[in-house]
Design a protein around this ligand. Structure first.
Ligand SMILES: Cc1cc2nc3c(=O)[nH]c(=O)nc-3n(C[C@H](O)[C@H](O)[C@H](O)COP(=O)(O)OP(=O)(O)OC[C@H]3O[C@@H](n4cnc5c(N)ncnc54)[C@H](O)[C@@H]3O)c2cc1C
Ligand code: FES
Length: 514
């Protein structure tokens, strides 16, 4: 960072007293123009780049855990030793510098240029590796899996088949900055277009898999072609729910899942004055915030009495509602939409709203049709074991489609979180290469409403008590969801480090029955 902020930081090449960094702590300094974090684990010191490779989060505000550092924004985790991005959502490493200790003084020396070694001792061309790997789905889980396979030095062919017209994109951005007009088109693809060829990943876009032949070890595409696999990952995500009402499929009604969907809303929003959003879910609320940022008037119609109440409880729900109301969003709660005819949206209470267009955000359903048709076990998602393997050996599932045995809640759960999908893709990739690594990450997601971001760690479908420390109205709070005396999940506003600490504590807990 060639700016005055970096210049004001301590010069780590001049040396700092070892005692000035506590074990488990870190000091932000600089090496030349680079902001560098000097972190300590016991008597070991490490120097790494100070910014996360995901969205540039300040690692100095994160948490040092053993010889790793976690990012406060979306909980990526990096090795302090090698810089490797150990846990999504960051996929790329941070830089490392050599550290030298002389007596009680620690000096940061030159940047280490060699790439990190194969993670976890992974070896090239192992005989346990499958002959080829097919990934069905070009989303969070699929891309993270492909990335991890190559990072693990898998040398066989990888084919990624995606029904999307675009290569994998940063999907969470589609309802946030991109939709609000604050992110450019070229920020949205996960990788530059030539990265697939460089990594020898064959990308089949606009291609839909119709079924799997588990015995013949092949997937069949809707265009009639067939792809053999040694191991298969199903990462087909979820599809927006379509309400069975007149007009739900008309050109007036837009849905949001893909980059193309987001572009279509942006295009219509350019000339729109008034939009009706159906659904008070995260997507519906984020779309509303983005449209308000564009100056478009928004009415939200939702059946619940408090938005997000089912997921986050009435306290957080009312807080989020108040944020939107303060930005001019008009709520019609306890109502549903019964039809959309031209510009007229009719509500269950009999009232009507005029809309340039309608955005439906009434939830998603996991895209399990291919798995179901192919005889894999399904139960409101594709059933996987702790290794993310389906009922058919060698076929794995990850992301929004997968229902897995979560060791923390003791329940089989399925979630719709970006970070979970990526981490499952990573674990599934390693397991396709013969590792037997259980998926035991604590679920995490975030949601953004104007200038307020809510971070949520854990999983609470039902809870008995909610305790709030701090004040939601003051935008400084930590909300714990508890059952049977145990904390199941924690949501925070402006308390990012507390959210990381909650993650750490939840990692230590397993369900009482286990
Ligand atoms: C607009 C939006 C905003 C979001 N914001 C957040 C957020 O802020 N925080 C958060 O935690 N989560 C967020 N999410 C949820 C998050 O994006 C998902 O949980 C995540 O993308 C799931 O990853 P996935 O790989 O399972 O599925 P996806 O990313 O949806 O990818 C599925 C892929 O499978 C393909 N596919 C489906 N069927 C077939 C088939 N038969 N053949 C071939 N390909 C197929 C699709 O085309 C797609 O490429 C958001 C989601 C959306 C839509
Ligand atoms: S910016 Fe670090 S995890 Fe997102």
């Amino acid at each position: 960072m060639a700016d005055s902020a970096a210049e004001a930081l301590p010069d780590l090449t001049a040396g700092v007293a070892a005692s000035s960094v506590a074990s488990g702590g870190a000091l932000l300094g600089r090496v030349g123009e680079d902001e560098v974090l000097l972190a300590r684990a016991g008597d070991r010191f490490f120097a790494v780049g100070a910014h996360c490779t995901h969205y540039h989060g300040a690692l100095a505000e994160g948490l040092v855990v053993g010889d790793t550092v976690r990012c406060p924004l979306h909980h990526a985790c990096f090795s302090l030793e090698t810089g490797e991005a150990l846990r999504a959502p960051a996929l790329d490493p941070i830089a490392c510098w050599r550290v030298e200790r002389r007596g009680d003084v620690v000096f940061v020396r030159e940047k280490i240029s060699e790439p990190p070694p194969a993670p976890h001792g992974g070896s090239t061309g192992s005989s346990r590796h499958p002959s080829s790997i097919v990934i069905v789905g070009g989303g969070a889980a699929g891309l993270a899996a492909a990335d991890m396979l190559r990072r693990e030095r898998y040398e066989g062919p990888i084919v990624m088949i995606s029904a999307d017209a675009d290569p994998p994109v940063d999907r969470p951005n589609l309802s946030k900055d991109y939709l609000a007009g604050e992110a450019q088109d070229d920020w949205i693809p996960m990788w530059p277009s030539d990265a697939y060829a460089q990594r020898k990943i064959e990308l089949l876009l606009g291609s839909r898999v119709s079924s799997i032949d588990p015995g013949g070890r092949a997937v069949l595409l809707e265009n009639g072609s067939r792809r053999d696999f040694g191991a298969l990952l199903i990462a087909t995500g979820a599809d927006p729910v379509r309400l069975p009402i007149p007009g739900a499929d008309s050109a007036q009604v837009l849905y949001l899942r893909s980059f193309a969907d987001s572009r279509a809303i942006v295009e219509r929003a350019r000339t729109a004055k008034h939009v009706v959003v159906v659904g008070g879910s995260f997507i519906g609320l984020e779309v509303s915030a983005a449209l308000r940022t564009r100056g478009v008037a928004v009415d939200i119609v939702a059946p619940e009495h408090v938005p997000l109440e089912r997921v986050m409880g009435p306290e957080v729900g009312r807080f989020v509602q108040s944020l939107h109301a303060a930005h001019g969003v008009v709520f019609h709660l306890g109502e549903t939409v019964t039809s959309v005819a031209g510009r007229t949206v009719t509500l269950s209470g009999g009232g009507t709203l005029d809309a340039d267009f309608v955005v439906m955000g009434v939830g998603v359903k996991p895209a399990i049709a291919v798995a179901e048709r192919s005889g894999l076990a399904v139960d409101r998602g594709i059933t996987v074991n702790e290794f993310l393997e389906t009922s058919t050996p060698g076929i794995f599932a990850a992301g929004d489609v997968a229902r897995w045995p979560d060791p923390h809640s003791g329940e089989r759960i399925r979630v719709e979180h970006w970070v979970v999908a990526e981490r499952q893709g990573q674990v599934a990739a390693r397991n396709m290469l013969g590792r037997r690594e259980p998926f035991d990450a604590v679920p995490f997601f975030w949601s953004q409403h104007y200038d307020v971001t809510i971070r949520y760690v854990g999983h609470a479908e039902r809870w008995e008590t909610v305790t709030i420390s701090g004040s939601l109205d003051a935008r400084d709070a930590s909300v714990s969801f508890m059952r049977g005396g145990r904390t199941l999940a924690v949501a925070t506003v402006s308390r990012d480090r507390e959210n990381l600490q909650a993650e750490l504590e939840l990692e230590q807990t397993t369900a009482p029955s286990r």
